[in-house]
Design a binder for this molecule. Structure first.
Ligand SMILES: [Zn+2]
Length: 173
């Protein structure tokens, strides 16, 4: 259960106060309403030849698993602004050109709370590998061929689907 007490009036709550499908809490006592809106993330699928750049997650959830560089969109940011900021924070590098590829829904579990996210994937390509320095919540960076990736090594369901889509787009696997 998300809330044991209403944040509005403080009365203790039953399971039924939170609508899982709508992600909406409604207090039957004071009518306080709280929506848990879907959070947005921005990630980069950077290609160089037949390799893509993956980050190794430094922290939970999915610690040590492969992810694309990226992160959550902050309040007041556009998704593109979040993309540029995250690349600076995680790689100390950002491509000059990048384009929207696709988006996928995901569930991100953090400290016992389930966050629904909409993961936005951008595509970029380079002819030479740039100097990238892992920082922030990235433990390492590696260039990997799509054919060499095992699904178990990928951090999230949306990552698994994104890699599947890349394999289709580039006709590999
Ligand atoms: Zn209440």
């Amino acid at each position: 259960m998300l809330f044991r007490f209403c944040p509005g009036c403080g009365r203790s709550q039953s399971e039924t106060a939170f609508d899982e499908k709508e992600q909406k809490f409604t207090c039957p006592n004071c009518d306080f309403v709280l929506y848990r809106n879907t959070a947005t993330t921005a990630s980069m699928m950077l290609r160089c030849g037949d390799e893509f750049l993956f980050s190794v997650r430094a922290n939970e959830p999915a610690k040590s698993l492969l992810d694309f560089p990226g992160g959550f969109v902050d309040p007041g940011e556009s998704i593109e602004e979040a993309f540029v900021r995250e690349m600076g924070e995680e790689l100390n590098w950002c491509p000059e050109d990048f384009q929207y590829a696709f988006s996928l829904p995901n569930i991100y579990k953090y400290q016992g709370v389930k966050y629904h996210t909409s993961d936005v994937f951008y595509y970029a390509e380079v002819s030479e590998k740039p100097v990238v320095i892992p920082a922030d919540d990235v433990a390492g960076l590696s260039w990997v061929r799509l054919t060499e990736i095992s699904e178990d090594a990928l951090a999230f369901d949306s990552m698994k689907l994104a890699v599947e889509q890349l394999k289709e787009i580039f006709g590999v696997g």
